[in-house]
Design a protein around this ligand. Structure first.
Ligand SMILES: NC(=O)c1ccc[n+]([C@@H]2O[C@H](COP(=O)([O-])OP(=O)(O)OC[C@H]3O[C@@H](n4cnc5c(N)ncnc54)[C@H](OP(=O)(O)O)[C@@H]3O)[C@@H](O)[C@H]2O)c1
Length: 326
């Protein structure tokens, strides 16, 4: 039988959409608290991660199947376990967790409760607290999988991280440094450059105004070994020109425009995934780093539309979050 905390109510506040559209379609709903299945946990949500993918879910551009309205957004976040399915042995009520149940049929993290498959959740690793852990599930998993699984970055290799001051980039810098690589961070604006240096980049420049070729030459006179591209376009073309023969390019699916394949460069598009092994891998790295989590803006649940307006303005340096409980 499922174990359920006595504090779980029947209904909850959730930000959901009843149709695709702009930020104004994000409205407060009262919805039933989702029931916990045998292989699931119910999470009392503390913090929801907000990313560009949420805006694409909201406006319908990410949807390839018939939508189930009202649709609760929020692919990742943190909270404490409020109920445990009958077949789940790894968690108990009260455990702090972070989770990434992408496209969860039972609803996302813009809500007071989420029922998620247990394998999509993991204990919050030290030294993070719930506020920090909730900001990072999709970004940090996708960043570390770029560094370790797509690029297989090794000690002393020279890597360019393009889009280094964005939601994934701020973690990619830290994971690349953890693996002992030499990092050229290509960031956005002087504030982005300053943050990239603070997070440990060996060199950091503004991709729109500084000399990419010169900075790469200074770090790696015989050519850059690898590029992690978190945005596409002209600056990425300049980065690829600095790669040595046999160099590697990795990028998460979604960057725009998609880079063209080049002869002599190993290219790896990939998607972030969240299984038990991936969480353990991430949590070890977070503790070893220890990971810094730059929060650019925080909004209460009721102001989710404002959070999406902030995303749409662009130039978010770090992460945007929704704070659901304290
Ligand atoms: N497939 C997957 O599993 C998966 C998972 C997560 C994310 N993604 C994709 O990964 C990409 C990165 O996500 P994210 O959350 O990190 O996005 P993000 O926060 O928007 O980061 C992209 C960064 O690139 C910067 N940038 C743009 N042009 C630049 C240039 N010429 N020079 C230097 N910096 C530049 C942006 O700065 P400004 O905002 O100042 O322009 C921004 O900081 C997105 O395309 C997303 O869809 C895919």
């Amino acid at each position: 039988m499922a174990q359920i905390s006595r504090t779980v109510p029947e209904t909850m506040r959730a930000i959901a959409i009843d149709r695709f559209g702009g930020p104004d379609v994000l409205t407060m709903h009262t919805l039933p608290v989702p029931e916990v299945g045998a292989n699931e946990v119910l999470i009392a949500v503390h913090t929801a991660e907000v990313g560009g993918w949420d805006a694409e879910m909201r406006d319908g551009s990410l949807s390839d199947k018939k939508p189930r309205f009202p649709l609760v957004l929020g692919g990742g976040g943190s909270g404490t376990i409020a109920a445990v399915g009958s077949r789940v042995k790894r968690f108990k009520i009260g455990d702090p967790v972070y989770s990434f149940p992408w496209d969860n049929p039972k609803g996302g993290f813009y809500a007071e409760y989420v029922a998620a498959p247990a394998e999509t959740a993991a204990p919050v690793p030290p030294p993070l607290d719930l506020a920090q852990a909730g900001a990072i599930p999709i970004a940090a998993l996708t960043a570390i999988q770029g560094i370790d699984d797509a690029l297989h970055l090794k000690k002393e290799e020279r890597v360019i991280i393009l889009g280094a001051s964005g939601g994934l980039g701020v973690f990619a810098i830290q994971f690349a440094k953890l693996r002992g690589a030499r990092v050229l961070a290509i960031a956005s604006g002087q504030d982005g450059v300053a943050l990239a240096r603070k997070l440990g980049a060996d060199a950091a420049i503004d991709g729109r105004s500084d000399d990419v070729a010169g900075a790469a030459q200074a770090l790696a006179p015989d050519g850059i070994d690898a590029v992690l591209a978190l945005t596409g376009g002209k600056t990425l073309t300049k980065c690829l020109d600095t790669l040595r023969r046999g160099g590697r390019l990795a990028y998460p699916n979604g960057i725009d425009p998609v880079p063209r394949k080049r002869r002599g460069i190993k290219t790896k598009p990939y998607d972030g995934i969240a299984g038990r092994a991936q969480w353990e891998h991430l949590s070890r790295a977070i503790t070893a780093a220890p990971l810094q989590v730059p929060i650019a803006a925080e909004f209460p649940l009721a102001e989710a539309a404002r959070a999406h307006e902030r995303l749409a303005q662009g130039h978010v340096v770090g992460k945007v979050v929704l704070r659901i409980s304290h």
